[in-house]
Design a protein around this ligand. Structure first.
Ligand SMILES: [Zn+2]
Length: 313
C-alpha cells in the first residue's frame, strides 16, 4: 500500500430504507461468500463505475446495513460489502438485533477488478447499543499468512478457539450467532490446511452424504458425549477410519472445498444429545495481540485510512 500513490478516496454517503433480504439459509451448508454478481444485472454506465483504489462509504442505518450500503455504493457492491463488514461486526454485536436506527458505519474498501468480493481495509462503527465508536483495521502481522482484523489496541477482533480443529485459516466466515441459521462455524482456509482433532475421541463415521458434505469426519468424545463434524475436507489420513482413536491435536485431514461448498473452507459443527452447540461456547477461547512493532504499523495503517475517511467529511 503505497501512501503517496494512493488515489483520492471516492466518497459515497447515503441512508437507505431497503428491507433486509432475510435469506433462508437453514440448510446444513450455506454459501460461504455472497454470490457473484448475476448476469442479469445490466452493466452500469461508465460514469457510475467506481474508480480504482480505496474508497470510503459512510452510512447511517435506517433499517438495514445492506440497504444502506447499496444506497452508498451500488446494487452489486452493496450486498457483498455488507457480508464482508458483518463478518467483523458480528464479534461486537448481534447484527440481527443490535443495529439501531442512526448507528453509523464508515468503511474504507476496495473492489477488485477480478470479480472477487470487496476487500474492507478499515471501519468505524458507532453503535447506540455499545455506546461507543469502535474501529478496526485489516492488517497482516509479520510472519502471518493472512491479514486479519485488529482493534485500535492491536487486539484481534475475532476470537480463536483453544484446541481448534484448524489454525491456519484466514477468517471465520459463518458463526452460529450470526443469524443465518447455520449449524456450524465456517473457517475460510486454503485447500490443504491441516485439520486436527479438537478432543480425545473416536472416529464414528468417515465420508457419508458426500454429495453434500464432501469428504467428512464425525468424531465422538466418549467422556462428554459431544459429536464433532468436519466437512468439505480435501484428504483424510488413511489411518483415520470409523473406530480409530484420535488424540486432541492430531492431524486427521486437510481442509478442502468438496461437497456443497462454494469456496475452500472447513465446516465445524458440534452436537450433544441432538442439540447443536456453539464451538465458541464449548471451547475455551483467546484473542491474539499484535507485537509492539506490528502494533505501531497497524496504528499507522489505521491512521492513514482515518485521514482518507476524514477527507470525505
Ligand atoms: Zn458451514
Amino acid at each position: 500500500m503505497a501512501e503517496s500513490a494512493a488515489p483520492a478516496a471516492h466518497i459515497a454517503t447515503a441512508t437507505a430504507t431497503v428491507a433486509t433480504a432475510g435469506a433462508d439459509e437453514a440448510d446444513l451448508e450455506v454459501p460461504l461468500v455472497a454470490p457473484p454478481p448475476q448476469a442479469t444485472i445490466r452493466a452500469l454506465p461508465d460514469r457510475h463505475a467506481p474508480p480504482p483504489g480505496p474508497q470510503v462509504a459512510r452510512v447511517r442505518i435506517e433499517s438495514s446495513l445492506e440497504g444502506a450500503l447499496v444506497a452508498a455504493t451500488d446494487p452489486d457492491v452493496g450486498p457483498r460489502l455488507s457480508q464482508v463488514v458483518k463478518r467483523v461486526l458480528v464479534w461486537w454485536i448481534d447484527v440481527r438485533r443490535d443495529l439501531r436506527r442512526d448507528d453509523a458505519l464508515d468503511v474504507v474498501y476496495e473492489v477488485p477488478d477480478d470479480g472477487a468480493e470487496p476487500v474492507a481495509h478499515a471501519l468505524w462503527f458507532t453503535s447506540e447499543k455499545l455506546g461507543a465508536t469502535l474501529s478496526a483495521v485489516r492488517f497482516k502481522a509479520a510472519g502471518d499468512a493472512f491479514a486479519r482484523w485488529y482493534d485500535a489496541n492491536g487486539e484481534e477482533v475475532e476470537l480463536r478457539l483453544v484446541a481448534s480443529p484448524i489454525d491456519g485459516y484466514e477468517q471465520v466466515t459463518s458463526l452460529l450467532r450470526d443469524g443465518r441459521g447455520h449449524r456450524g462455524v465456517d473457517f475460510k482456509a486454503p485447500v490443504g490446511t491441516p485439520v486436527r482433532a479438537p478432543f480425545d475421541g473416536v472416529v464414528a463415521r468417515r465420508n457419508w452424504s458426500t454429495r453434500r458434505n464432501g469428504n467428512c469426519l464425525e468424531l465422538h468424545d466418549t467422556k462428554s458425549g459431544t459429536q464433532a463434524f468436519l466437512l468439505h475436507l480435501d484428504k483424510i489420513e488413511g489411518a483415520v477410519r470409523a473406530g480409530s482413536r484420535v488424540k486432541r491435536g492430531q492431524v486427521l485431514a486437510r481442509s478442502g472445498n468438496t461437497g456443497r461448498s462454494t469456496a475452500p473452507h472447513l465446516h465445524y459443527q458440534l452436537e450433544r444429545g441432538g442439540k447443536v452447540l456453539d464451538p465458541f461456547r464449548v471451547h475455551q477461547t483467546r484473542r491474539r495481540r499484535l507485537s509492539p512493532e506490528d502494533l505501531d504499523a497497524a496504528k499507522a495503517a489505521l491512521a492513514r485510512f482515518h485521514d482518507m475517511r476524514a477527507g470525505s467529511i
